[in-house]
Design a protein around this ligand. Structure first.
Ligand code: PRP
Ligand code: URA
Length: 209
């Protein structure tokens, strides 16, 4: 079974609480989301392997660690996942970005895939899937299905807020994928929105409501 890492760092908690406030405007919401993505990025990448390389300092030659994996792909689930990309790219400037477009059908709450563009060698890559919300888990499950069907085997999931129901569904579907979240909330309402949550992440990032 994949692990669930709840990144309950005080800086992350403080920024997330600010994002939850209904009066937080899109500009501030985006800034906070980017700041959190930088903080979460440290933990999501913590177990990345390093290899020893020779380096010549101004004083001597020595052997020091550098990242072993140089194929890294960040995959935002459109739209809201885009808000987490810039922060991760600052930490991982060599990473490529693959996009997967999903929206939830308002009636059925089932995800509908409408776009997918991945780097050609994504199968050999460490893939970090990002989306602020893991509600029913349907979008994340289908996004990882799409990546596995392209041969990806080294996948991590990063969400800001998750519902326990979504975590359970995701772990059942993808027991090999670890999940990194800033908070696990109480549950879902009748429209499958996370409670207390932060509302519709895409609308709040892009100001579409
Ligand atoms: C939101 C969110 C996730 C999904 C989570 O996207 O960004 O992708 O819902 O819900 P689930 O776990 O129940 O699948 P939404 O469908 O609202 O699309 P948007 O980002 O384009 O607004
Ligand atoms: N999508 C969102 O943006 N927010 C939720 O609470 C659930 C799904």
């Amino acid at each position: 079974m994949g692990q669930v890492f709840v990144l309950d760092h005080p800086l992350i908690a403080d920024k997330l609480t600010r994002m939850r406030r209904k009066e937080t405007c899109s500009k501030d919401f985006r800034i906070l989301l980017k700041e959190i993505s930088l903080l979460m990025g440290y933990e999501v990448t913590r177990s990345m392997k390093t290899k020893m390389v020779e380096v010549e300092t101004p004083l001597m030659v020595t052997s020091k660690p550098m990242l072993e994996e140089d194929l890294i792909t960040i995959v935002p689930i459109l739209r809201a996942g885009v808000g987490l990309v810039d922060g991760l790219l600052e930490l991982l400037p060599i990473a490529r970005v693959g996009h997967i477009g999903m929206y939830r059908d308002e009636e059925t709450k089932q995800p509908v895939e409408y776009y997918c563009k991945m780097p050609a060698d994504v199968a050999e890559s460490l893939v970090i899937v990002v989306d602020p919300m893991l509600a029913t888990g349907g979008s994340a499950i289908d996004a990882v299905n799409a990546l596995k069907s392209r041969g990806c085997a080294n996948i991590r999931m990063m969400n800001l807020v998750a519902a326990p129901e979504g975590i359970r569904a995701f772990q059942e579907a993808h027991p090999d994928v670890d999940i990194y979240v800033a908070a696990v909330d109480d549950g879902l309402d009748q429209n499958a929105y996370i409670l207390p949550g932060l509302g519709d992440a895409g609308d709040r990032i892009f100001g579409t409501k």
